[in-house]
Write a protein that binds this ligand. Structure first.
Ligand code: LMR
Length: 331
């Protein structure tokens, strides 16, 4: 064979390898701490499906649920180091990163309902909060909803006074610390993956969760009483490692942004129904008594907890709290 043909034949032989190399997908490791069948778990899986379809396989999303890869604190460190590319931590977990303004979302009763919350996250306040992550090497892509939290313990919790002296697990947020102290309880920061065992062994007496988290972690098996307090919100910021994100080809980044927009609509659509179903499942289990406070009791909870908003003004920023309250209450 002439030399030129040999060269062409050799090049053709290499083609499948060159193609394979060119086509090896960009991998996004997406770690989270809750079960697959929660609003966040389902939204992460939905994002995977949409992102892989939109990029025609050029991106592969590996979702690691239930703290299988990292626990709360480690997952944020892993993201900054680039060991994972995507997370969706609860908004209560950004304080230790130095972005304490996110604790706005932990303030008791700051959002009267989901619509009020959406006005804050979808507007300039939400955008500004996500921007604050960039100096930490993180890009904020979206807010995902979960719902409102309820108090649980092994004793009935009808009134704020029933919380006195209880050891309560909290997420790593000073606003939640202040909230539990305002009720006379003793807050204890703990990773989500450790809560079930801590409740079972009595390391803590109680906790606060949206029903979807309580039920999917089987916490209702180790908590005798749950009160529908809806005293505070829990939602997520979907975040990516900035270096990774900035290096992506522009067309892929646009496709991922569009997949994220769709996954966000899905997350917001399912959150309430998932939580209602979980609360119903808790009731049906017969293991936890679910108590709905009367209007007079709800007023007592509000009275005990509202001062926390002002107590946190120095940490979170008075202007931010005022602007969020105004936006939340605007119709
Ligand atoms: C918790 O730690 O209670 C929650 O942040 C878990 C979650 O991600 O919903």
């Amino acid at each position: 064979m002439p030399r030129r043909s040999l060269l062409i034949a050799a090049l053709l032989a290499c083609l499948p390898f060159a193609q394979a190399a060119a086509q090896s997908p960009i991998v996004i490791k997406f770690s989270h701490v809750v079960a697959k069948d929660t609003p966040k778990g389902k939204a992460a899986d939905k994002f995977k499906e949409l992102a892989e379809a939109a990029t025609k396989g050029r991106v592969k999303v590996e979702v690691y649920p239930n703290s299988t890869l990292y626990k709360d604190k480690e997952e944020l460190e892993a993201l900054q180091l680039g060991a994972v590319q995507m997370l969706a931590p609860s908004l209560a977990k950004f304080g230790p990163l130095g972005v304490k303004e996110f604790e706005l979302f932990d303030l008791p009763y700051i959002f009267p309902d989901k619509a009020a919350l959406d006005r804050v996250t979808d507007g300039p306040i939400g955008r500004d909060l996500l921007k604050r992550l960039e100096p930490k090497g993180i890009v904020g892509l979206a807010f995902w909803d979960n719902g409102f939290k309820m108090m649980s313990a092994n004793r009935p919790l009808k009134l704020p006074a029933d919380m006195k002296g209880l050891k309560m697990r909290i997420q790593a947020s000073k606003a939640l610390d202040a909230q539990m102290r305002a009720l006379g309880a003793n807050p204890q920061v703990m990773a989500f993956s450790e809560v079930y065992q801590a409740l079972q062994t009595g390391v803590v007496d109680g906790t606060e969760n949206p029903p979807s988290n309580l039920y999917t972690q089987k916490m209702h098996e180790v908590q005798k009483h749950l009160t529908v307090t809806n005293h505070g919100y829990i939602g997520y910021a979907v975040i990516v490692n900035k270096k990774f994100w900035d290096k992506l080809p522009a067309d892929i980044r646009a496709q991922l942004e569009s997949a994220m927009r769709e996954a966000t609509l899905y997350a917001d659509r399912i959150a309430q129904q998932e939580n209602e179903a979980a609360l119903e499942a808790v009731r049906k289990s017969g293991k936890t008594a679910v108590y709905v406070p009367t209007e007079a009791e709800k007023a007592e909870w509000r009275k005990a907890l509202l001062p926390v908003q002002q107590q946190m003004a120095d940490r979170i920023g008075k202007d931010l709290i005022d602007a969020a309250s105004k936006t939340a209450s605007a119709r």
